[in-house]
Design a protein around this ligand. Structure first.
Ligand code: PXP
Length: 251
């Protein structure tokens, strides 16, 4: 199972963050998506936030028009975002929790607690031809809830593991990694396709990529930061090498 291809989705939100810091059109996140495609990314991820702090509506329109790679459209479970997703018809719609005051997506979606709000949104997206992914914590309760909701995919929030690793909290990081491993195993046993994302760097990607049930990683902020120093294509290529090496070691 470990020899299965682990897809790399490149999140281009923070190219738009830099553009919006100045106003105007540069740097262009769609150009970053083209560069990601040249570097061998398997997909493009973009999060249209309610406050449009990075990706804007016209970026989503251009990404669907100009980029051949599958688009993973991250969205809050709101009527506004549902209408945009139904029109854009992305390959995948990843439902994330969203609070205006947060700097980034801080926790997973409460798929169990929000069942009644999420169910109609998931069925409308699915009927419209998008695969629905739920961004959740590595928690069996949330995995069971995702199945009940009819989601095909879950993305496990690995941000806490990445933070603990960066802080050097080795035991806590290992415990969190084990929670992610168990959730990936349990999710796959339920028939879910399991992805992971948030906060991944060269230092943390290896242990995550080695989890055999994972099918896709979505990585953004670190790659855009690295791009400042080495360029986006080399940064993506190096991330891919880390992923391949981890899978080869685990096989
Ligand atoms: N996956 C999801 C669901 C996210 O919300 C984000 C952040 O927008 C990412 C992946 C990428 O996280 P990062 O930018 O920290 O790599």
């Amino acid at each position: 199972m470990t020899s299965q291809h682990l897809r790399l989705g490149v999140n281009i939100d923070h190219v738009a963050t830099i553009r919006n810091a100045r106003g105007g059109e540069l740097p262009d996140p769609v150009r970053a998506a083209h560069a990601a495609a040249r570097a061998g990314a398997d997909g493009i991820t973009a999060h249209l936030r309610e406050d449009r702090r990075h990706i804007r509506d016209e970026d989503i329109e251009r990404l669907t028009r100009e980029i051949d790679l599958p688009l993973n459209f991250e969205m809050a479970a709101t009527e506004e975002m549902l209408a945009i997703a139904l029109k854009a018809k992305p390959h995948a719609a990843c439902i994330v929790p969203e609070r205006r005051e947060e700097r980034t997506t801080e926790g997973g979606l409460d798929a169990r607690g929000q069942h009644n709000q999420l169910a109609p949104i998931i069925s409308r997206l699915t009927e419209n031809g998008s695969r629905v992914s739920l961004f959740i914590e590595a928690d069996p309760v949330q995995l069971d809830a995702a199945v009940l909701l009819g989601a095909q995919v879950v993305e496990l929030h690995v941000g806490r593991y990445c933070d603990l690793h960066a802080e050097g909290a080795r035991e806590a990081a290992e415990a969190e990694l084990n929670r992610i491993r168990e959730a990936a195993r349990y999710g796959a046993s339920l028939g879910l396709e399991v992805h992971a994302g948030h906060g991944i760097t060269y230092d943390t990607v290896g242990d995550i990529a080695a989890i055999p049930e994972l099918m896709e990683l979505n990585i953004g902020h670190f790659l855009i930061g690295e791009a400042i120093f080495v360029g986006l294509e080399p940064a993506i290529a190096e991330m891919r090498q880390h992923m391949l090496r981890a899978r080869a070691r685990a096989a």
